[in-house]
Design a protein around this ligand. Sequence first.
Ligand code: HEC
Ligand code: HEC
Length: 224
Amino acid sequence: MTSKEEGRIMKVISLRLALQTAVLAIVFSASGRADEIGAVAFSKSELQAKLEYCKTCHGLSGQGYRGYFAMPRLAGQQPKYLENQLRAFIEHRRTNSVMFNVAHALSPSMVSALAAHFRELDPNPIGGAPKERLALGKTIFEEGLPEANVPACSACHGPEAKGQDEIPRLAGQLFPYTVKVLTNWGKERGLGSAKDISAIMVPTTHNLNQSQIAAIAAYVSHLK
Ligand code: HEC
Ligand code: HEC
């Protein structure tokens, strides 16, 4: 090997090393930045383990579970709504001791990843709601009850009850869960001193009677 060739090889090697160092530097600074904004603060298997934990209660496809306590459907839920509710449990704006314990152990980046996962799930509604008053439920959903000052739910929750941003999807939600939520609104949501978007629902939940609540909960539970 001539000294000229040797020199060229050395140059190539040192160029490669420089390149590798540069790549590593980029990777490290990228992961540093990602940590700051919380993008990759956990491994795939940690996410998987959390998901399995959520699904022991919320159903294998996030479809909800009809037990002694109804576990709400999370499948297809709006990510911003889901994230806001998890924060609400942590901040005691929303009371539920089970979900307080679950939520306060989650990092912000994990919350976002979980929300993105549940958004993608699309199982059929679990069903099981009474069918007698579906027509009344549909009317309230689409037109409200002007004489009782109840607005059309579709105005905010969307014509197909899919929700948007902080407004939740209601389609396919379990009947007993929705009945409970609408009945207990003032006792469970928007608690504490901080202003909370749940205030929007206060007049509506006040003005609906129990049979209207049952009708609307049954109607949305069947929507895909
Ligand atoms: C031990 C059972 C259990 C586990 C595990 C559990 N949850 Fe829940 N979750 C509940 C119950 C019960 C409710 C209903 C609370 C209520 O009635 O306000 C709920 C409610 C929620 C809500 C509010 C739904 C809505 O429509 O407003 C979200 C979001 C949620 N859970 C997310 C999760 C996530 C994410 C996980 C996993 C990290 C998880 N849950 C694990 C029992 C559980
Ligand atoms: C002006 C907009 C608006 C209208 C009209 C409206 N909602 Fe809501 N609704 C919201 C918002 C915002 C939330 C989320 C509240 C929170 O974060 O706690 C919500 C939450 C809910 C929830 C809780 C869902 C869950 O998973 O816990 C139910 C149930 C609900 N609305 C039913 C209805 C029904 C039924 C009607 C019609 C009679 C209606 N809403 C009309 C804005 C609206």
